[in-house]
Every structure is written in C-alpha cells, then in structure tokens.
Ligand binder design. Structure first.
Ligand SMILES: *Cc1c(COP(=O)(O)O)cnc(C)c1O
Length: 442
C-alpha cells in the first residue's frame, strides 16, 4: 500500500498562512464601527436587527480592562461585564493572544475530531469541580445549551421512567424550549407553550415545600435544578442548609441534583463554583453542574460536568451533539481565562474586593440604598423604592454601566480585574442619589 507524500509530510505553511502577519495589519478589511455616531448606528440597528432586546442603550465600539467606549467616543465603567461574562475585562492581552494563536493554528474541526485544547479544557473543568473519577464533560456554546443537555441527560435517568423535574420559583435556566421549561418567569414561558412537560416549580428556598415535593411520588423525580444563588431573579442566595437538604432528599429518592452555575461559576463568587463555598453548598457534591457565561472570558463557550461514571453515561453515543461546542478556539479561550485567573490570583481579589465593595455600598448613607448582598463580584443593591431603571439611566449618563434585574434591584457583575479606585464613581453616584428620584420625570 502506498501512502501519498502529502498525507505524511509535516504541515507546511500554505500561501494563506504565509500572508498572516503578527501585527494583524495585512489583509485587514475595513472595520465598519470606525465610522458613524451612536445615533446613526442605533437607527440602522432598528432596521436590521430583530426587536427582541428593545432599543440598545448605547452602541459600543471598543473596550479595555473594565472600560468600554461608545461610537461617540464616550467612556463607560462596565460594572455588568457583559452580564457576568467578561471576567478578565475587555481586550485582555493574554486572552486575545490565546484566541488569535489558536485560530491561526486550528480554528474548527467538528466533533468528529478532537483537539488538544478541548481535551485539556475538559480535564481542567473536572479538576476545578473536584469531580470524582469517571466524571465527564460535554462542551456547549452557551448556558441555555448546557442546561438543555442537562435536561436531556436527566430524562435518561431511570431510562425515562421518572417524569417529574423540580425547579424553583424565580429560576432562570435559559431560553431554548427545554431550558425555558425550567425557567419560571411567565412572560418568558407563556408565548411558547406547550413546553416540554413535567417541570414543577417550588417556592424559593422553602425547605418544607421541598420535603413535601419528595414525600409524595419522590421516586418519579428525575432531577432537581437549582442555582446556588439565583442571578436573574436579583442575586438571591439559597438559605443556609437548603442545598444540603436538596442533596439529602435527591439522594434518598434516587433523583439527580443539577446545579446551574452558568452565572455563579468560574470564579464569579470568589471560588471556582459557588457551591464550593462551605456556607453556600455545605460540602455537597452535585450530580451535574452547568457553566457558561464567564467560562470563556467573553468568547461563547459553555459546558456540563457530569459527576461520576453513572451520571456521565446517561447520554450515550448519538444521543446528543453540537457542531461548534468545544471547538478549539472556544476551548483555548476558556483555558486562557482559567489560566489568567490562577496566574494573577484573581479568586482572592474577587473575594476581597467584593467584601470591601459591599461594605462601601452599605455605607453610602443614602436612604434609597437598602440591602446590599452577594458573593464575590456578583452583587445586588436593593433600593428602597422601585427606581432601579432610573438609577441605571443616571449611571449611564454618568458613564457607568449597571443592570436593573428587578424594579428595585441593581446587579453588578464587573470584571475580576476591577480595582477599588476604579469603582469609586459608582459608590459616589449612589451616595448622591436625590431623595425625590421616584418623583422625577423619567
Ligand atoms: C444566563 C444564564 C443562563 C443562560 O445562558 P445563555 O448563555 O444566555 O444561554 C442559564 N442559567 C443561568 C443561571 C444564567 O444566568
């Protein structure tokens, strides 16, 4: 049998790769964002982009560290971090270099093939999750896909003989039909019914309701889905002991405990996973953990960690798939993000800055500022009047991005690289909120 010389020859630079240059200037196409004002781009947006998100607050063209710039050249302090995504801030040089290097080497191959970056990322996630031997990872492109995979996996538990799935009121698990069936908000669900069935919502953090849900028909429960801290609902932590009880009841009835750490995972709360805080998780080992948001530092990537060989085997060959999930570039982005968090000691920084920031937010002396809660750099400021949207608008005009996740709640999920000094303008803004804000014309 003869082998073609091409098949064994070492990879030689092709004409295409030879034209690449490190400075990136060669072959560059014009960047459209280089011209046009915020008003012009907003107008064009309304004629080209589907109106699912409402009018954009600004049109952004550039970012660096915790700052972004709009098309008019105005700078903003980004305390939302792309909704708990940009852990390393914007345009982090290590992340940018890792993505560019991987894309310039091998960008995408489909899951008919493996890549070192994909395998290394799966290994890193298993190690960070402290998952036992036999655990496995499935990589996705987003949080909703991670939860979709988790829901499919739980359907296979008991060979499909467990029709009940439990979730909590206030839960947000994503927008695809399966993930949406686990999401509580009526406005998100109702237009798309019928959704996949069997999901029951229990009152948030209510231990007795949880016991009751298992006391009757507990053997028909496939899984209980929980966010250790509910993100979209307003940074609401589960009450102490709740996760331990959830583990006890799921184990007793042979159901799976699925923790959605899409928002709380990958260092956001000062540990790799929120449930690893003793006071949050009480030492529980889950059956499934889902991640996304911060995993790739801004590059779209998510995943599901299945704990132990039995859970990992629930999705077998051909039972789930994805074209992009875990592609080399996404995996390299996640590895670089994890690497920088470790190298720069960012988990400690997240913990310490988070504590100091909450303390400063609590001492503004402004009567509109109520409870301040959260873990690490996932923080909620509860306002004493339903003025969150107005505070957000004021902040934006003052060059600060925050998010109103309920009418009375501001959410902060800033980059881990933020400093005390950089965040001070937001503390000052809260301190200076006028008492009659509720009466102001919007
Ligand atoms: C954002 C989020 C999701 C959905 O993730 P997408 O990447 O937007 O699909 C799921 N669960 C939680 C807890 C989230 O915060």
């Amino acid at each position: 049998m003869t082998t073609s010389p091409d098949a064994t020859a070492p990879a030689a630079p092709t004409a295409g790769t030879a034209r690449h240059r490190a400075d990136g200037a060669h072959d560059a196409l014009p960047v459209p964002a280089a011209t046009g004002s915020v008003a012009e781009w907003t107008e064009r947006y309304t004629h080209a982009v589907m109106d699912t998100f409402g009018p954009p607050q600004r049109v952004l063209v550039r970012g660096e560290g915790p700052y972004v710039w709009d098309a008019d050249g105005t700078r903003y302090l980004d305390l939302l971090g792309g909704i708990a995504v940009n852990s390393l801030g914007h345009a982090h040089p290590t992340l940018t270099a890792a993505i560019s290097a991987q894309l310039g080497t091998l960008g995408h191959v489909s899951n008919f093939f493996a890549s070192p970056a994909q395998v290394a990322l799966a290994e890193r996630l298993l190690a960070l999750a402290e998952a036992p031997a036999g655990s496995r990872v499935f990589l996705t492109n987003s949080g909703t896909e991670a939860n979709e995979a988790a829901l499919k996996l739980t359907r296979r538990h008991g060979a499909g003989s467990r029709p009940r799935v439990l979730a909590l009121e206030g839960a947000f698990h994503g927008r695809s039909m399966g993930a949406l069936s686990l999401t509580h908000k009526l406005a998100y669900r109702e237009p798309f019914e019928p959704l996949p069935g069997g999901v029951e919502f229990l009152p948030f953090g209510d231990s007795d309701a949880l016991r009751t849900a298992f006391a009757q028909d507990g053997e028909n429960v496939a899984a209980l889905f929980l966010e250790p801290i509910q993100g979209e609902a307003g940074v609401r932590p589960l009450p102490p002991g709740y996760l331990a009880l959830a583990r006890e009841l799921t184990t007793a009835h042979g159901a799976l405990l699925v923790l959605d750490e899409v928002q709380t995972g990958m260092g956001r709360t000062g540990r790799w996973f929120a449930h690893q805080h003793p006071h949050v998780g009480g030492g529980v080992l889950p059956d499934v953990v889902t991640v996304a948001k911060g995993l790739g530092g801004g590059f779209p990537v998510g995943g599901l960690i299945a704990y132990g060989p039995q859970v990992a085997a629930l999705l077998g060959r051909g039972q789930h798939g994805t074209t992009f999930g875990g592609n080399p570039v996404a995996s390299a982005a996640a590895l670089a993000t994890i690497g920088v968090i470790e190298r720069d000691g960012l988990l400690t920084h997240v913990t310490e800055l988070g504590e100091r920031l909450r303390e400063r937010l609590r001492s503004t002396g402004n009567a509109l500022v109520g409870e301040v809660r959260g873990e690490g750099l996932l923080i909620a400021v509860e306002l004493t009047a339903p003025v969150a949207a107005r505070v957000v608008a004021r902040a934006l005009d003052a060059g600060i991005v925050v998010n109103p996740c309920t009418p009375t709640t501001l959410r902060l999920a800033p980059p881990f690289v933020l400093t005390d000094e950089q965040v001070q303008p937001f503390v000052d803004l809260l301190a200076a909120l006028p008492a009659d804000l509720a009466e102001e014309t919007p």
